[in-house]
Design a binder for this molecule. Sequence first.
Ligand code: NAP
Length: 289
Amino acid sequence: MFIDQVKLYGVFGDPVAHSLSPHFQNEAFKLLGVNGLYLKFRITAEQLPAAIAAVRCLEFGGVNITIPHKEAVTPYLDRLEGDAKLTGSVNTILRRDDELIGYSTDGEGFLLSLRHQAGFEPRGKKVILLGVGGAARALAFRLVQEGIAALYLVGRDREKTERLCQALREKTGFSAEAVLFGTSRLKMIAAQAGLVVNTTPLGMYPETKLFPPFPLEDCPRDCLVCDLIYHPLTTTFLRRAGALKLPTLSGLGMLVYQGILACQIWTGLTPPFSPLYQLLEGILQQEEQ
Ligand code: NAP
């Protein structure tokens, strides 16, 4: 690395202490021969405008944006591209000359993991998303664009769940159905599902015994069950699905593909999947011991 020519990258969020992105991106830069340095920055809501101004004046190559700034950051950018424009949520910023451009790679990262890791094609499938937060929103908008047959959004708050259905309808014309956790409707939709995705944090380290209340036993045998959680690598939800002999997919692939997409946006180069997946898997396995 030539320190006088190094380009800075980073992740802005609060908290960011446990972010795997510096491990990922610094290894990706090394594999690609890119002279970049990626750091994590704990940025509070009050500090966000100054931090984004620093991206311009310190001439960062780009940054990732994580909880809780994905929506709050949009007014400080010059324009949004692709899914970010549709969802109003940004997780990757590219600085090109004086311009800051916002992207969202959540939905695309999930799709790449679905297709390449699970060999699953969502077109024509009935999809159930458990949870209606930021990740569910990104997945819902992306999956609708991929031509799914039906979408059920399962939340614990009726108003919030219906708000997401309404946003989807207004922006894409697609009618999703709002379903509440704990209702008998869940058994009926489970019986027709081709894809079920946990987008709630239920089961995430350290509360690994938790899982979303969903009748997996009613799903067809070929229904793919995904969890966006990657810590632990195999959640209780996925373990339960595995015990029922349903195919499963963890959140680690989505995380890795998002890192690859961010690196592509910044450098125009595509880092390889396998060594980066193994790097993060190794770090997580060590933490789980
Ligand atoms: P978020 O915006 O906070 O949304 C979380 C959703 O889960 C909300 O709808 C929330 O309900 C719901 N929820 C939380 N506790 C619940 C409970 N006890 N019962 C029922 N619903 C509950 O979070 P997010 O950004 O979407 O992230 C969600 C998860 O996805 C996290 O575990 C995150 O680590 C993971 N994720 C992974 C990747 C990846 O690359 N693998 C990417 C993004 C996110 P309310 O709406 O009622 O509050």
